[in-house]
Ligand binder design. Structure first.
Ligand code: SAM
Length: 259
């Protein structure tokens, strides 16, 4: 049983909260802006309960969702069974990042969202993901932002934890599921992608002003939309983006014959 089999329900609850939705909406908006207009072949590594897999399939793309957790994959399959219109657009595969059963440079986009923070070696992970990106394709990594460690705790009023995290300059803090997770600096993610022949695109900070709220935050629809727009505008701009709890780092593989 993978560590995620035990927390699947908790993750689904968080993912479906307004706070969880905020990050999915921000990441989806960027992806849809970067993906080609034609149906793209997308790989969603660590797809969890299939949130982005379903969203990208609903946008017309062909998506392969992979996850090593049987419970997470079952949750994704359950949600897919409620969307028969997407059945021809989605394939779910039981696999971890360490053994992805695909040919090199096979996908127009490779997504890996909310996974790197659970892995000790981001270099190895990015190497494996980058190798699957086709010429002209995209790598999309959503990681915990090392630069913002301690901000959530400080804004939530947990000053002893914030003090400890900030003073120690650690790369680890407690994540949404109560587990210790590891952060990556945006520039470090860009460097890793560039080391595999990809060209970094502008990175965004995700969940800057709403990360310290808990999953009971339930704004009215108009307030949610306003919050989303503020997050979107700030996500590109310094110094705001550096304070995002998550970093959305993207990079593209040049077409063959182009630098
Ligand atoms: C926090 S959830 C994120 C799910 C989804 N990508 C999202 O953004 O909502 C982390 C997921 O990573 C998966 N995971 C953990 N270790 C992994 C690994 N080594 N390779 C691929 N996925 C992994 C877990 O099973 C879990 O479904």
């Amino acid at each position: 049983m993978s560590g995620f089999d035990a927390v699947g329900a908790a993750y689904s609850a968080h993912s479906g909260s307004a706070r969880g939705r905020l990050r999915h909406d921000l990441v989806e908006r960027r992806l849809l802006a970067e993906l080609p207009g034609r149906p793209a072949r997308v790989l969603d590594v660590g797809c969890g309960n299939g949130e982005m897999t379903l969203r990208l399939a609903a946008a017309g793309h062909q998506v392969t969702g992979v996850d090593p957790s049987a419970a997470m994959l079952a949750a994704a399959a359950d949600r897919l069974s409620a969307r028969p219109d997407l059945a021809g657009h989605i394939e779910l595969v039981d696999a971890g990042l360490e053994r992805l059963p695909f040919d090199r440079e096979r996908f127009d986009a490779v997504c890996c969202h909310g996974v790197l923070m659970y892995l000790d070696d981001p270099g190895l992970a990015v190497a494996r993901l980058a190798g699957l990106v086709a010429p002209g394709g995209l790598l999309s990594v959503l990681a915990k932002n090392r630069r913002a460690i301690g901000v959530r705790e400080a804004l939530a009023g947990d000053y002893p934890s914030a003090h400890r995290l900030i003073v120690s300059e650690t790369d680890r803090s407690t994540g949404n599921l109560g587990r210790e997770t590891r952060g990556d600096a945006p520039e470090a993610l860009d460097r890793l992608a560039a080391g595999h022949g990809l060209v970094p695109l502008p990175w965004q900070g995700v969940r800057i002003f709403h990360d310290h709220l808990d999953d009971t935050w339930a704004p009215e629809p108009a307030a949610y939309e306003a919050a989303l727009e503020v997050e979107w505008e700030a996500s590109w701009r310094s110094p705001y983006r550096e304070m995002g709890h998550l970093v959305h780092a993207l990079a593209s593989r040049p077409e063959r014959g182009r630098p």
